[in-house]
Design a protein around this ligand. Sequence first.
Ligand code: UDP
Ligand code: MG
Length: 328
Amino acid sequence: MQAPLLSIVIPLLNEEHNLLPLYAELSSVLGKLSHFATTELIFVNDGSWDGSLDILKKLAAGDSRVKIISFIRNFGHENATYAGIHHARGNAVVLIDADRQDPADLIIDFEKHFLEGYDIVFGQRTKRLNESWLKKFTSNLFYPLFKKLTKIDMPRNVGDFCLLSQRAIDTFKLLPENQVFVRGLIYWSGLPKKSVPFIRRSRATGESKYNYTKLTIFALENIISFSTAPMYILVFGALGVIALCILGALTALIMKIFGLVVMTGWTSLMLAILFLFACNFLALGVLGIYLSKVFQELKRRPMFVVNELVGVTPNQHLHGNHYAYLKK
Ligand code: UDP
Ligand code: MG
């Protein structure tokens, strides 16, 4: 019987200094796995403009396990991961970042829990080295909010570092949207999951590609693409404000009837106006984001354009319009 195949999916953008150490780290760890004997390493080059692609090609020339999906330009981390999962041929897939923040030896524990029957085994960060308090604070805010609003049981402090069983991969592949938040889609399935705690290392070299603006947009878009709760919050909020206004108007009327002073100064008035304006803009903004999601989905544009494939067979049959391959 052929040994089960494990696919390692590695999205990357400009990681030329991390690729060789990562490859060495992964090779050593994969040799220690007991269940998965054969492996493939799918590097998804998300439009790097440094020497990453050349390094990958050299690695692929010397090791048939190394496979490359190379995008013509940068389509984003999520799309790169999505592409990797959809081209993987393994009976299980491990997602890992290329910057070596995720310790590869955790894959051994992933395999152990996979063999116990878990479909999603994920690395859970207990400590984040060299991350600012603001990043820690915002991520502490995001996870509970995401869970509360979307009802998706996505654990806190997880990245994409995980192992997915065949069932988890199959369920993931069923989802037809092309605006993807990989983690959300993985946990959407509700399949049995197990966490493996780890301390997240700081980046070996290079900079994180996510700044605060990007992270805020990312958080907002992801909550919105999984939940309609923000729209209802707006509706109920607006109803509440209307009720308060009616109450205020009635109080003023009653006070007037009894000859009491109705208003003093205009500060309260200005504050109320400003507050309501802010609410209006907020509401418009939220609606705008929903609309833009619908707009993006309706266009059905390919999620990425593949310029080069090394060792990977094009996946043509899944959601045809999610891919575009450039013919040489
Ligand atoms: N990445 C990518 N495309 C992008 C941005 C990032 O493929 O547009 C890769 C990056 O090379 C790394 C992983 O995605 O392997 C995570 O990115 P990063 O380290 O910037 O994110 P962070 O760890 O700060 O969340
Ligand atoms: Mg990183």
